[in-house]
Ligand binder design. Structure first.
Ligand SMILES: [Zn+2]
Length: 499
């Protein structure tokens, strides 16, 4: 008797288990067939996403304010300061100390802090992947523009990996080997052997005998030495571009200007339907800071501002493009005064005098302003470590927000299913256009904020797909969930079985 009871119980357990397996399999099938949305890793359609990162080397808050006063006065705005999103970047190096451009740039380019002098490596020599390399792996075109040597620390951190920023001939070799599509700046000497002069007076720096300019030409680069040659280029027939406009750092007045170099770079890079990454450095703001040369520091900030203006005016730079204006650190401890404090005198356009006074010939630890516009620019806010800029740029390679659907997912034919689309993060640029598409219903579109709801009722049992498509100027993204409509018994027991 006892035996039979046991057997009966066993049989019952077995039946429940079988049911469980069957229903679980059923649910698993639905989950596989109709997965919740996740952003596609590579974008197959839609306009390309681009990133343009402007770095004013040594450009702290007062460099920006003084340049503003000089050009447009106290009530005006530089283009870089009129961007809609702003935050502050902390600039420390790995040990928390005062950064140089190598460590500061590495933090921005790779998301990892390192020691001063190190170019996109850990202190023990491990290479750190840069945002330029990540963009390249996505099939995007990439470019570097600077007023210093193209093998100088700030451009170097995006395309080279060496233990010392002083290894500039090695950096030049790595930048070309990396296939960076556009390289514009100074520093011809790092590309030529000591037996060659190139376009300018000084002999090359290379001890390995290699002529990297000839090697670049053989590898498909168009090479230019002057602003006239640069402006004569046909970007549609320029796949790769190497422009070296000085033996070492470019000479003022910069020719081509940062704006001309930026426009040329965008012209070439934007030919790629997969989008592009471009870094533009105002590199000698830092040098002027070290020299306590206020006129050149302010002039170079305005030169960078003109480059930003040129970029924003380019048709390829749209809502799908992230534009960030940042710095690696401040240089010179610039102070600003509206009364004569013994500093260098300047005048605003309306004649109001102001004075610029320096407190050091070195870098300082002040947080630097970061402004941004376009795709994912909403992530630039508050105060953050310099490594966050890498995270923001990485995020900008994909959609900037995500959408999920919550609410009742299971019920009976008399139920009204109220579903809610939830957009995250909370800083997502609004308004968001939300379109609901559900089996058996015409699409419904709402202009909404971070949450939006819709109600559906299905007379027929079965699995019904609901898709939400959310769109703002930078992104279109969707999520799909399945709603199960079953008869009463099925609907009541299903959750119990699933427990
Ligand atoms: Zn410096």
């Amino acid at each position: 008797m006892l035996f039979y009871q046991k057997l009966t119980i066993r049989a019952a357990v077995l039946t429940i288990s079988m049911m469980k397996i069957r229903y679980l399999a059923c649910i698993l099938f639905f989950m596989i067939a109709l997965p919740a949305s996740r952003p596609a890793p590579v974008r197959a359609d839609g306009p390309p996403r681009n990133i343009i990162l402007f770095i004013g080397d040594g450009m702290g808050p007062n460099q920006r304010i003084a340049a503003q006063w000089l050009s447009v006065g106290q009530s005006g705005r530089l283009v870089m300061d009129a961007l809609p999103f702003a935050g502050f970047s902390q600039t420390a190096n790995l040990s928390g100390g005062l950064t140089d451009s190598a460590a500061g740039g590495t933090a921005i380019a790779t998301g990892f802090r390192t020691d001063n002098g190190v170019i996109s490596q850990t202190p023990d020599g491990q290479n750190l992947t840069t945002i330029l390399e990540t963009a390249q792996a996505r099939g995007m075109s990439v470019g570097l523009v600077t007023t210093t040597q193209i093998a100088h620390a700030t451009p170097a951190v995006f395309a080279a990996h060496v233990p010392s920023r002083r290894m500039m001939t090695g950096i030049a070799r790595q930048e070309l080997a990396a296939g960076v599509d556009v390289l514009l700046g100074g520093g011809e000497d790092d590309f030529l052997p000591i037996t060659q002069q190139g376009c300018y007076g000084r002999w090359g720096n290379r001890l390995d005998g290699r002529d990297l300019i000839a090697e670049a030409q053989a590898a498909g680069y168009t090479t230019v030495c002057t602003a006239a040659e640069l402006s004569a280029l046909d970007p549609a027939h320029t796949a790769k571009l190497l422009g070296l406009f000085a033996d070492a750092g470019m000479v003022r007045p910069f020719s081509p200007s940062p704006a001309e170099m930026t426009t040329a770079a965008i012209e070439v890079l934007s030919q790629n339907p997969n989008g592009f990454f471009l870094m533009v450095e105002g590199g000698q703001i830092d040098w002027a800071g070290h020299a306590n040369d206020a006129a050149n520091a302010l002039g170079d900030v305005l030169g960078l501002d003109a480059a930003i203006s040129a970029a924003l005016a380019h048709p390829a730079v749209d809502a799908q493009t992230l534009v960030i204006v940042a710095a690696d650190h401040e240089t010179g401890g610039m102070g600003l005064s509206l009364s004569d404090n013994g500093g260098a005198p300047f005048a605003m356009p309306n004649g109001t005098p102001f004075w610029v006074k320096w407190s050091t010939n070195h870098h300082t630890a002040v947080d630097i302003p970061v402004t941004a516009t376009g795709h994912c620019a909403n992530f630039v806010r508050d105060t953050f470590p310099n490594t966050t800029l890498h995270a923001v740029m990485t995020r900008a390679l994909d959609a900037c927000f995500s959408v999920s659907i919550s609410g009742q997912m299971m019920g009976i034919p008399t139920d009204s299913f109220t579903l809610t689309a939830v957009i995250s993060p909370a800083s997502t640029i609004q308004p968001i256009t939300i379109t609901w598409q559900a089996d058996g219903f015409s699409p419904v579109t709402h202009t909404g904020t971070l949450t939006d709801s819709a109600a559906f009722q299905w007379a027929s049992t079965g699995v019904h797909a609901v898709t939400v498509t959310a769109q703002n100027p930078g992104d279109t993204i969707s999520a799909t969930r399945s709603v199960i409509v079953a008869d009463r018994v099925f609907a009541v027991y299903m959750p119990l079985i699933l427990k």
